[in-house]
Design a protein around this ligand. Sequence first.
Ligand code: AMP
Length: 585
Amino acid sequence: MRFRLLAETFARLENTSARLEMVDILAALLSKASPDNIDKIVYLLQGRVAAPYTGIELGIGEKLAIQSISNAFGVDVGQVERLYKELGDLGFVAEKLAANKKQATLFSRPLDVDRVYGNFYRIATASGKGSQELKVRLLTDLLNDAEPIEARYIVRIPLGRLRLGVGDATILEALAIAVTGTREFKEKLERAYNLCSDLGYVAKVLYKEGPPAIENFKVVVGIPLRPALAQRASSAEEIISRLGTCAAEAKYDGFRCQIHKKGDKVWIFSRRLENMTEMFPELIKGTLEQFDAEEAIFEGEAIAYNEETGEFYPFQMTMQRKRKYGINEAVEEYPLKLFAFDLMYVDGADYTQKPYKTRRAELERRVKKGDVFAVSELRIVSTVKELEAFFESCVERGLEGIIAKDLKAPYIAGARKWAWIKLKRSYKGELSDTLDVVIVGYYKGRGKRSRFGLGGILVAVYDPKDDCFRTVAKVGTGFTEEQLVEMKKLLDEIRVPRRPARVVSLLEPDVWVEPKYVITVAADEITRSPNHTAGWDGERGYALRFPRIVGWIRSDKGPEDATTVDEVIQMYEQQKTVSTGDGDG
Ligand code: AMP
């Protein structure tokens, strides 16, 4: 196909504001495409050269575009810049210069879509030494042979200024009309698109293999699906009235991972479908060791945890893992756990159309016991009371809330339907008060921390009734390296061979110390916990969620001046008065 046809279509699209007209203009163009160029045409309409998940992004700076225009039309850079000021758009500058040139030259090789796409693709993938020069050459090459209207878009596309305003849905609709003559087929195309997030690929399958191939579209290992999304509810009643008996899963506050596996190759995609495989070596290992399948696509929530205390880190710390550099250090400091919650494909079988119940059962069979992977916690609930109880227990353990799932629903890629409904605790951020706690022991530390000999401390609050110290947290966060060293030294001076009589604890630290030092900690909130003895009622005590050191040892306070058990309970009651409504947007 001549590029000119595409350029003229772009111009017409720019001049219409009616969406239906847009669809018709596009359909007219697409009906002239062939199986060999349809994907390229679709990508160019999106101003791209490949699907977003590939990470291949077409982009050049203005300076480079100006240089290419200058080379192609034999005018100096200064003049291009002057024209740019005058016309306000480098596309128009190229168009104008191409029009002047046209009168002067007779020969040019007409541009076709393949050549334009090919040069753009090379521009997008050029890297390293000499890549700037290469990009200029490739763009100049196209401009040399461009007609005025073509020149306009050859400059705008790599600058990211195509701005035609055609969305994915409009392209899908136009594809349906171009191939089947009616809009009806759009829904099927949409489903295929949701299963692969690659508009060019869907179009190619449609043109090469015809509509039946779209109806039988299967997920492809290595190509991410658009993730299913959750609706929100403000109460358990709402959920039960919509779903009846349903699955309630713990909602973990980490980041979503879509994991693909093929033999020993693993891909990890973010919720936004970026390829993040390299960032998470432990998840690659987890997939290979704990996911029992040759080929699979599944999803889970990754969350960083403190190896010392077994507690999950707050979201901000988990986010530390989204980084390109220092990956090995980050793995040691913030190791991830993955809670698998859905299965889309396994060993030749597409699971997206199967009901949740079936997917979940298969997922449970495939996830083997181990350190890194587990399946998300699940409760089947039929009543508001049961759902509320599970929600409370999740929130008490520091989780974000629950996601209720329709037992019969398929995996609805790319859509927010009522198949998943979230109920979150209101986000309280942080306890308004800090606590002064007594250090009663310490843990030696694993991994990176082991070189300091101290990885975390066990802390307690004071119980004036029994004149004892009852534990409320393990704290492993907030120390600088110097503080870890200094703390170890101070605590070793007061170490004792066994639990001091006044310390009431279910946990056994590596080293017990005399309750002497008071230190200030902040926390996100107070939760009920079976591990700590502060406020113990026979089953549960109170614990700090995400505790961290702020400041240093309080030389002005003795252990009996620490925060008391009653104060902790009071803080807990206060935070409970905040409802469970959803705070985020
Ligand atoms: P939200 O981001 O608040 O709309 O909640 C939906 C997100 O919760 C999903 O995109 C996942 O990242 C996350 N999530 C955590 N736990 C689960 C779970 N058990 N099932 C599904 N999504 C979960």
